[in-house]
Design a protein around this ligand. Sequence first.
Ligand SMILES: Cc1cc2nc3c(=O)[nH]c(=O)nc-3n(C[C@H](O)[C@H](O)[C@H](O)COP(=O)(O)OP(=O)(O)OC[C@H]3O[C@@H](n4cnc5c(N)ncnc54)[C@H](O)[C@@H]3O)c2cc1C
Length: 395
Amino acid sequence: MATTDQVLKPDFATKRKHFIFTEEHDRLRESIGSFVEKELAPHAERWEEETFDDWVFERMGELGFLGLSYPEEYGGQGGDYYCNLVLAEEITKSNSGGLAMGVAVHTDMATPPVFLFGTEEQKQNYLVPSIKGQKISSLGITEPDAGSDVSGIKTRAVRDGDEYVINGSKTYITNGHRSDYIVLVTKTDPDAGYDGFTLFLVDMDAEGVIREKKLEKLGMHASDTALLAFQDVRVPETAVLGQEGKGFYHIMWELQGERLIGAAGCVAGAQRCFDRTLQYALERNAFGRQIGKFQAIRHKFAEMATKIESARQLTYTTAWRFNNGEYPVREISMAKLYAARIAVEVADECIQIHGGAGYMKEYGVERVWRDMRLNRIGAGTDEIMLDVIGRSYGL
Ligand SMILES: Cc1cc2nc3c(=O)[nH]c(=O)nc-3n(C[C@H](O)[C@H](O)[C@H](O)COP(=O)(O)OP(=O)(O)OC[C@H]3O[C@@H](n4cnc5c(N)ncnc54)[C@H](O)[C@@H]3O)c2cc1C
């Protein structure tokens, strides 16, 4: 018979596995985590200055990490969607938000539309080399005059015989300087409303593609962010990705995966920041005791832990629905909104708990805050997420 002591003893130290993950995911987690710690994290400081090196893609391709959930026939690992979550979580061990973002754009934003909507030829020409890490991808939605309002984009693709001629510009494009191709959102029929958009696969070395400038930013310094111009860029009709006129719907689908993977990255990043700060709170003393033992600080940890756990559960449950073939746009928007918000709040509290040290670059907490701040803007702002959620109730 169990004793009272055994029954009531809290198991705080037990590692809990969420039901979506199997032993196989654990092994994947271990192998990605150790690769990230050994081969990527040591370069994090330099990459803050110079942006991360392109070899990261080749190396990750070699290890099979760029196609975790793509079928084996295209060089993928044939895993489920949870494998992508594992990657998004483990890559935070690089201590480089910019690197994590650059890789996520490739694995979870630009290549999914190629896989879902691409012709066999496009998959062979773009998806297969992307999974090998031999071609780097980017995704071009945002323009200088249209971000949240995707329907307001002006980049035009006009048919000319069996070609299209593309003119326009895109901004804030992650991987824009290093990418070999871009999944480009254009308007083919400005009078057709939401049915007037078309996606194209455009080679970045095509004549008329201009990588105008590298943009300087608050955080995510390890990533490159480009302003791009397209001047009379001629592409064959085989460059159309998906259905002509259906680009708006295609890109709205893409954004769901982008948001969910972003939520997972936010939760993992917040957890890492929490763990490091907990360590600090146990080492740093003031007024004769560890700062973590002050009730004010202890409660900060309690608040942070509760927020992280709530965001994690929301993200995992939504991922479970997504993996089961559902299209849970409302919950994805909730997960993206909430995870991004709490990640910024956690990073901010972690700076506070570090005191002056939190403001110093050396401790890396200020960088987490700067990097995380993007998540309330990129892939759909907080306000757009709230609008999607609110509208889903018929409002
Ligand atoms: C570092 C970085 C990397 C990025 N990478 C990429 C990339 O790789 N590819 C890409 O295509 N884009 C990328 N983006 C662009 C990003 O997705 C957009 O910045 C974002 O969608 C917001 O668009 P915007 O900047 O034009 O802001 P705006 O749309 O101009 O919004 C300005 C403000 O108005 C609010 N607002 C707008 N509409 C509404 C509304 N209907 N109701 C209430 N409030 C509203 C917004 O929430 C925001 O607060 C990146 C951005 C950054 C900063």
